[in-house]
Design a binder for this molecule. Structure first.
Ligand SMILES: Nc1nc2c(ncn2[C@@H]2O[C@H](COP(=O)(O)OP(=O)(O)OP(=O)(O)O)[C@@H](O)[C@H]2O)c(=O)[nH]1
Ligand SMILES: [Mg+2]
Length: 400
């Protein structure tokens, strides 16, 4: 009899707790709930197919009554709090405002080669053909691209002619203005995560191997959480179990739940499930990390197209972010072209800008795709992701 009462009491407590979790995460705009201590990583029954709407919820009973030790004898029934979760303490990332200021020093340190080089050349007493060629080379070496380089050099030549004598301040101002125009100041660089009609916002992250997709997804989750949004991560990189672990670790640090599937499972169904879960728990944003794939492998590119199409059964994607490694230079352009064809890129994340003086790729890649650079990666640290701000970027290029 006591056992029955105890069972009922526990069931009520568990139901209430789960209910509170769901309602709470819908209502509150603070930190999302801590990830469950036992994340549900069980495989779906069989390989799901496109179109399968994954009807059976995968996480029905997290705790069963059998697991609870029953008190002996006729002592009063006391329902004890479950032991405190062993989850690591949740980090509260620094707010995004002002982040670029802190990162600017790092950016300017790594970027000076381009800006300083150009200023030095432009300051020469005689701007002869040879000097203009050197200016051109400097821009090309920084991956600005042939067409934009020629345009810039032409405009600089005209301006310098008009200017006559040039003070260093004038040159700096001129270069700043021209570079700014090249980078573009009127593009929408917001990362869209708030659809107008329904929640959650859906963001998919794509790119070739090792560019920084998972890291960027994790950093972005931190940014969103810091801004008071709740996040679900979808580990649609099913090639390696370690990939999902890597993402989950990022998620655990800020309290974002990670939805994962079986190793070598169908990435599209994991992505689908992640959005489904995001909807169910009322999350603000679902971030889907995908496996790195060479743009030359048609099969893998097709697979990526399928991931997108399957997710779109829920709702259109708000962002498809292409992650490009700034150190790969012009090869990034070829990648960008192919990815754009397959999944309609809406924004570019340029990573590893801390490790290269080739910031010019920003210009080249935007020209190529007509898609803005929205975020930049400036290091491996958790908060080394910044919104791309053209003015700050150009200032960093030219140096103080
Ligand atoms: N210096 C620097 N390193 C970065 C940056 N972004 C990512 N990395 C590093 O790049 C390496 C690869 O990052 P991942 O996020 O695992 O790359 P990925 O694209 O997910 O890789 P795959 O899933 O294997 O395709 C890691 O060592 C990251 O720490 C950045 O902005 N600067
Ligand atoms: Mg990855």
């Amino acid at each position: 009899m006591e056992i029955v009462i105890l069972a009922v009491v526990i069931a009520v407590v568990v139901v209430a707790a789960l209910g509170g979790l769901v309602v709470g995460s819908r209502r509150k705009k603070q930190l999302p709930p801590a990830p469950p201590t036992t994340p549900d990583i069980t495989a779906p029954p069989a390989e799901p197919h496109v179109g399968d709407e994954a009807e059976t919820p995968r996480d029905e009973e997290r705790r069963t009554i059998e697991e609870v030790d029953l008190p002996e004898g006729s002592a009063p029934v006391v329902v004890e709090e479950p032991p405190a979760a062993e989850a690591p303490p949740i980090e509260i990332p620094e707010p995004t405002a002002g982040r670029l200021v802190r990162l600017r020093a790092r950016l300017s340190r790594s970027q000076n080669a381009l800006g300083k080089g150009l200023l030095t050349l432009l300051s020469r007493e005689h701007l002869d053909e040879e000097t203009w060629e050197e200016i051109e080379d400097t821009l090309l070496t920084a991956d600005v691209g042939v067409q934009p380089t020629q345009e810039l050099v032409e405009r600089l030549r005209e301006h310098v002619k008009v200017l006559g004598t040039r003070s260093p301040e004038e040159l700096r101002g001129l270069l700043r203005e021209e570079l700014l125009q090249l980078v573009g100041t009127d593009m929408d660089r917001t990362v869209h995560t708030e659809p107008e009609t329904s929640k959650p916002g859906i963001v998919m992250v794509v790119g070739v191997n090792g560019t920084g997709k998972t890291t960027t997804t994790g950093k972005l989750a931190r940014v969103l959480v810091a801004d008071g949004r709740s996040v679900v991560l979808g580990a649609a990189d099913t090639f390696r179990a370690a990939a999902a672990d890597q993402l989950q670790t990022w998620g655990e640090r800020v309290g974002a739940h990670t939805v994962r599937g079986p190793e070598a499972g169908d990435p599209a169904s994991v992505a689908f499930d992640a959005v489904k879960e995001g909807k169910e728990i009322g999350a603000d944003v679902v971030l889907i990390d995908t496996a790195g794939r060479l743009h030359t492998k048609t099969g893998l590119m097709d697979e990526l197209g399928k991931v997108k199409r399957v997710v779109e059964k829920h709702a259109p994607l708000d962002e498809v972010l292409l992650v490009l490694d700034a150190t790969t230079g012009q090869n990034g352009l070829v990648q960008a072209r192919v990815f754009a064809e397959v999944v309609d890129i809406t924004g570019i994340v340029l990573t590893k800008l801390d490790g290269t003086a080739k910031g010019g790729i920003v210009v080249a890649v935007q020209r190529e795709l007509g898609v803005p650079v929205k975020l930049i990666g400036l290091g491996e640290g958790a908060d080394d992701l910044a919104p791309f701000d053209p003015e700050a970027f150009v200032d960093a290029l030219i140096g103080d």
